[in-house]
Design a protein around this ligand. Structure first.
Ligand code: SF4
Length: 352
């Protein structure tokens, strides 16, 4: 079976108030220290997870697009030396629009072997970018996107957040206009998590459903609650998460799933490096999963849903949810009903 790899690059130019990932402010010395240690971590894990065939690599963070080309290149080369990377491996990098304005750098990123780029746009309205305190404007988003295309990236994702502030029709419309004009191969629309009042929940539901319908009418396929793509451009790495497949992870704060265990690396660069220098995996916590339960939690996020034959022990509850009009059943699969997607967490909570 092929396995994915996640790399966590933990530095950002600016730390966003809404972000829960492990990150630190950038310094050149910190990046060199991180590089030295992640290279060692790759070697340590090669011993433990020998001969794994790798068909997806995702470099996330943090803001890996601000890393030096030399850093990115050394990490990918080290993975190549230590694991069996398949020819058609999807290799993605997360990026901020303001770090994609230099075409030469984008071309160099492509040359390293990255074939998918994920741009954290968040919003295509001035009001939205202001709310998220982002250090770029919509003009720069456009330039970043076009630069990626010029550099030869065909597989481009744009991330957006909805439901974070009082969005007006024109804010959502400007995001949709951008999508219609530039047609990114893949889109992620995340709902902003905070305790909302009833009226805000209703507005969010309206905006979510409205956006979803417009995207579908533009030819996008919603294959997961928050993810849409043009056919053939589904994110292979993220599909591993939702299909409960194994992936290895490297870097401080990185999360891994392998052999039924979730592990999380230390979220502190110094503690992470200390364990690596003792020749140990830099793990902070390890959780054993009931594989079935995990597959159910992840699988219901997919629009395809879960296969009846794989979940007989949940049949009674699944049927109850179907009677309550929360699930539908098609060709041997249970899926959350289109109009009940925003209740996904509650439905999963009931099942487990
Ligand atoms: S740039 Fe991205 S990773 Fe960094 S703090 Fe902001 S949201 Fe988090």
């Amino acid at each position: 079976m092929s396995v994915g790899i996640y790399i966590h690059y933990p530095f950002c130019e600016r730390l966003c108030f809404y972000c829960n990932f492990y990150k630190e402010g950038y310094k050149t010395e910190k990046e060199s220290f991180f590089l030295k240690n992640i290279i060692k971590e790759i070697k340590i894990k090669r011993e433990k997870y020998q001969n794994q065939k790798i068909d997806s690599i995702f470099v996330g963070g943090g803001s890996p697009s601000m890393a030096k080309i030399d850093t990115l290149s050394k990490i990918i080369n080290e993975l190549d030396r230590n694991f069996l990377i398949t020819n058609n491996c999807e290799i993605s990098i997360e990026s901020n629009p303001n770090e994609l304005l230099n075409l030469k750098k984008n071309i160099e990123i492509k040359k390293i072997g990255f074939n998918r780029i994920s741009i954290g746009v968040q919003s295509y309205s001035a009001k939205g970018l202001n709310f998220f305190n982002r250090n770029y404007n919509t003009k720069q988003v456009k330039k970043a996107f076009l630069n990626c295309q010029k550099a030869g990236f065909e597989n481009i994702n744009c991330d957006f957040i909805i439901g974070a502030y009082k969005e007006e029709k024109k804010d959502i419309q400007s995001t949709l206009n951008f999508i219609k004009q530039y047609n990114p191969a893949h889109l992620s629309f995340y709902l902003f998590e905070y305790k909302k009042k009833k009226i805000e929940e209703e507005e969010e539901e309206f905006n979510y459903n409205n956006t979803k319908e417009k995207l579908i009418s533009m030819g996008y396929n919603q294959y997961e609650i928050s993810n849409f793509s043009i056919d053939g451009f589904e994110c292979q790495h993220n599909l591993k998460y939702w299909k409960n497949k194994p992936y290895l992870a490297f870097g401080p704060g990185a999360s891994q799933y392998f052999n039924g265990y979730d592990t999380k690396n230390r979220e502190n660069l110094l503690e992470y490096a200390q364990l690596i220098n003792e020749n140990q995996e830099p793990i902070k916590e390890k959780t054993k999963w009931d594989k079935k339960k995990r597959a159910l939690i992840m699988g219901l996020r997919l629009r395809q849903g879960i296969k009846e034959n794989d979940f007989f022990e949940y049949k009674k509850k699944l049927e109850e949810l179907k009677k309550l009009n929360l699930l539908s059943y098609n060709n041997g699969y249970y899926q959350i009903k289109e109009e009940k997607i925003l209740l996904t967490n509650e439905i999963i909570g009931y099942l487990i």
